[in-house]
Design a protein around this ligand. Structure first.
Ligand code: CU
Length: 187
């Protein structure tokens, strides 16, 4: 094998590796609902809540709603939305669940919709997998597994290219009853 052939062989390997990591996101399906690439953020010691994210697609012809869920790792799972009010980032539960229209894809990420794991039984540790069951009004229950990424992660490690959003780290919420800096948590 001459030098040029070796280079070609190496770049071919690099391409294969890229494709492999990009398609590593796991997909979970129930009825017309497809959940791709679930991930969660590691939490600091003592945190009572953690954020979990994913992409949800409704491949059916009727609307569905994600109403919440459960996990052995937390007391309950709620659907939350981040929003900016008068320059202050706050979050609130999505009342009645989040509607996912036919053909619609909703991306849950640290700056908009997220699954809030409320009442964490232990900190979420980077690298671990957290089992959870999501409740869809129409499609029913879907078992998924969240891969825990670093505390400041903006996405799953295969796609962590989202811009950083300072001041919005779930970790800063700490205990919901305690000081939350500029984070409001509407109930
Ligand atoms: Cu939240």
């Amino acid at each position: 094998m001459n030098f040029r052939a070796t280079i070609h062989a190496l770049s071919a390997i690099a391409v294969v590796l890229c494709v492999a990591s990009a398609s590593a996101a796991e997909t979970f399906t129930v009825g017309s609902i497809e959940v791709t690439g679930p991930w969660a953020r590691a939490t600091p010691k003592g945190a009572s809540v953690g954020g979990a994210y994913m992409t949800v697609t409704n491949k059916g012809s009727e609307p569905d709603r994600l109403t919440g869920g459960s996990s052995p790792a937390a007391a309950k799972l709620e659907v939350h939305q981040m929003s900016m009010n008068n320059g202050v980032m706050s979050m609130r539960p999505v009342q009645g669940g989040l509607e996912i229209k036919p053909g619609q894809t909703v991306v849950f990420n640290p700056s908009s919709f997220h699954i809030m794991m409320v009442g964490l039984k232990q900190p979420l540790t980077q690298g671990e997998h957290v089992k959870a069951t999501l409740d869809f009004a129409k499609a029913g229950k879907l078992d998924v597994e969240y891969v825990v990424e670093s505390i400041g992660a903006q996405g799953p490690s295969a796609a962590s290219t989202a811009p950083a959003m300072p001041g919005m780290d779930h970790g800063t919420m700490g205990n919901m009853g305690g000081s939350m800096g500029n984070m409001n948590h509407a109930h």
